[in-house]
Ligand binder design. Structure first.
Ligand code: NDP
Ligand code: OXD
Length: 311
């Protein structure tokens, strides 16, 4: 059987993936669509934003392995075959990278860096009160691979940390909340809100004016989840009237963000080009190769995406 690598990344990047996968799986036939003789030979597809229509033409497909952690785009593809198990990338290196990004930007807001940057432009020497990290409460939406690593990192920096998830968790040092009915309580008293949810029908548009008005005035927002979580107009309105003090946005409904999008120029937005936690090719290949070798040896598939809930 063959393994098909199916992506819409640049040819150069795809070739790097192909070469690394081939050397990590020397006993396998890892191939690109253009080199494939018979689609019935493929039983595993390794995908990164794959073109639509192809996966459903592979009659013997047994597993789709994503090279990304978030599978919202894949699940949004109406041509995705229904009954083929879908496995997303779960990589401790990715979680550590996300925890680092979360800590970086929480510390930047905690230390008032956007405000001092503006003062520098005006050559204005003015000191503001410095709070202790233990005087701040940070809330994390989503307590999965990314959320837990980030929560623990923030805790280690001395912040009070809360987390919100669908099912209730118990994590040392983190105050956990679960479900829609505890969301309001979770949001009350936060200084900074970090979004690390997957994009699903339930979480789409969660970063809206309704949610912002449940936060204390002047809360900082960090969105590292997906662009579909934020209602852009509501974010801008909340920044303009001071309900939000500053927003760090890494993800957008349309990526790359078009040059004429006003978010680029908003003085209270730090804008990043989807770089919070990029897939690390080396560790991702190791994990994917391990998943495939294990599947070949035991017939067991890795943990699968629950399609009915969307993550
Ligand atoms: P996980 O699936 O491990 O965790 C998802 C978390 O969200 C879980 O705690 C889950 O709750 C919670 N959740 C899901 N739906 C709801 C809901 N309706 N209400 C409350 N909580 C909910 O995902 P990861 O942590 O691995 O990744 C999260 C997202 O981060 C990805 O889907 C992707 O969009 C984004 N990401 C962004 C990157 C970037 O560079 N910007 C890089 C990598 C990922 P429960 O635990 O109860 O199931
Ligand atoms: C991912 C991402 O989902 O890079 O892996 O956003």
């Amino acid at each position: 059987m063959s393994i098909l690598l199916l992506t819409s990344v640049s040819t150069e990047e795809e070739t790097m993936w192909l070469n690394q996968l081939r050397s990590a799986l020397p006993e396998e036939d890892v191939t690109l669509l253009a080199e494939l003789n018979d689609r019935a030979d493929v039983d595993i597809a390794i995908v990164a934003n794959p073109p639509q229509e192809v996966l459903r033409t592979l009659p013997k497909l047994k597993m789709i392995q994503s090279l990304w952690a978030g599978v919202d785009a894949l699940l949004g593809d109406p041509t995705l075959p229904e009954n083929v198990p879908l496995v997303r990338l779960i990589d401790p290196t990715l979680s550590a990278s996300m925890a680092e990004a979360t800590a970086t930007h929480v510390l930047a807001l905690h230390r008032d860096l956007p405000r001092y940057a503006k003062q520098q432009q005006r050559q204005e020497w003015q000191q503001h009160e410095l709070l202790r990290s233990s005087d701040r409460t940070i809330g994390i939406l989503g307590l999965g691979e990314m959320g837990v690593a980030s929560a623990q990192q923030l805790r280690a920096l001395g912040f009070n940390v809360r987390g919100w998830s669908r099912s209730l968790k118990s994590i040392e040092g983190i105050k956990c909340f679960a479900g829609q009915e505890r969301l309001k309580e979770f949001l009350q008293g936060l200084d900074i809100l970090v979004n690390l949810l997957p994009l699903t029908p339930e979480t789409m548009g969660i970063l809206s004016k309704d949610l912002f008005f449940q936060l204390p005035k002047g809360t900082g927002l960090i969105n590292f989840g997906r662009g579909g979580h934020q209602i852009e107009g509501d974010v801008v309105a909340a920044l303009d009237d001071g309900q939000l003090s500053h927003a760090v946005l890494d993800v957008f409904s349309q990526e790359p963000l078009p040059a004429d999008n006003p978010l680029w120029r908003h003085p209270k937005i730090t804008l990043l080009p989807h770089v919070a936690a990029p897939t690390n090719q080396k560790t991702a290949v190791e994990i994917v190769a391990r998943n495939i070798k294990n599947y070949r040896r035991t017939g067991l598939l890795p943990k699968q995406v629950e399609r009915s809930v969307g993550y």
